[in-house]
Design a protein around this ligand. Structure first.
Ligand SMILES: Nc1nc2c(c(=O)[nH]1)N[C@H]1C(S)=C(S)[C@@H](COP(=O)(O)O)O[C@H]1N2
Ligand SMILES: [Mo]
Length: 300
């Protein structure tokens, strides 16, 4: 696979003035992004049509800012993302805290288009930029018996108004098996549409796990822990009957309160065209081997 640099995916003038550009983005300029160029090697969308910047940044789930889909766009600007420190637990190196700039330094930026499929039954196709998580993990010295990775979102109720209420057991936490974490599709996003990641989408860095329900793609990560035991995860702890640890997209395993067989495609038709949901969100050839012999109804 060709490794893209920032300059390959972003016109230089936009790259240089990115902050200003994002600020200046109105509905008119967002509409022109529909024809954003996507090369075949970046396109992991499984033939989905790209959502607009407008859709991707105004219909969000980010409970730290409130439970409605429009709360993140309204309130996420309050989060300070610079400076940003990330702590690693369960590594053998002495230095465990890193500034985000140290983490991003020298990483070739790639662009990848993935479908994000929410457990609530809607989906979007998003041109993320960032790098595969394994490129970061490869730089760390892990214990030989590491089996799982947990990710924590920052806890900062002064800036995240949703955290002033006990909507969830903060901080938001998600987890993967180490095999899932080092899978080439597992991505750390630091931007989208060739620009810095908007705060409502999880700045300064978030996970993107394209074959799992959206809630696994945790935002604004401040801690990554390598563990021997399966970590508790926020949604699983909240309601173990409704949200399993694996949470692979699976049209054959219904959520206890609704079917997961179809999804509403945001931006298609007046109320969203529905499409049939595919096993592993369409990424079965890439990730099917991870789950060979696993009973997907039991390990949902
Ligand atoms: N920290 C944190 N990460 C989170 C969430 C959240 O509430 N808090 N919501 C998740 C859910 S349910 C979804 S569907 C996706 C939505 O990502 P998007 O808003 O960038 O489309 O983020 C996920 N990551
Ligand atoms: Mo979601």
């Amino acid at each position: 696979m060709k490794i893209l640099k920032h300059s390959d995916v972003t016109p230089r003038n936009i790259y240089l003035g990115r902050r200003e550009f994002v600020k200046a983005l109105g509905i008119a300029s967002a509409a022109s992004l529909v024809s954003y160029p996507v090369s075949a090697e970046q396109d992991y969308s499984k033939k989905g049509k790209l959502n607009t910047f407008e859709e991707i940044t105004n219909y969000n789930n980010f409970y730290e800012f409130g439970t409605s889909k429009t709360d993140p766009a309204e309130y996420a600007h309050n989060l300070t993302t610079n400076p940003w420190e990330i702590t690693f637990d369960g590594i053998t190196q002495n230095k465990r805290k890193f500034d985000i700039s140290e983490i991003l330094k020298g990483k070739p930026i790639q662009e990848r288009v993935y479908r994000l499929r929410c457990v609530e039954g809607w989906s979007m196709v998003i041109p993320w930029i960032g790098f595969p998580l394994h490129e970061l993990i490869n730089q760390l010295e892990l214990d030989y018996d590491t089996k799982y990775v947990a990710f924590d979102t920052i806890f900062r109720p002064e800036e995240m108004r949703g955290q002033r209420r006990a909507t969830l057991d903060w901080p938001y936490r998600e987890g993967l098996t180490i095999e899932e974490a080092i899978h080439p599709l597992t991505f750390i996003a630091t931007g989208l549409y060739g620009r810095e990641l908007p705060k409502q989408n999880g700045a300064p860095l978030r996970l993107v796990v394209p074959w799992k329900y959206g809630f696994k793609s945790i935002k604004s990560i401040t801690k990554i822990s390598f563990m021997k035991k399966q970590p508790f995860t926020t949604w699983n702890a909240e309601n173990p009957r409704e949200y399993g640890f694996y949470s692979n997209v699976n049209p054959n395993v219904d959520h206890p309160r609704w079917s997961q067989a179809t999804e509403r495609v945001i931006g298609e038709g007046l109320f969203g065209e529905r499409r049939k949901t595919e096993l592993f969100n369409g990424y079965i050839t890439e990730v099917g081997d991870l789950y060979k012999g696993l009973d997907l109804k039991k390990y949902f």
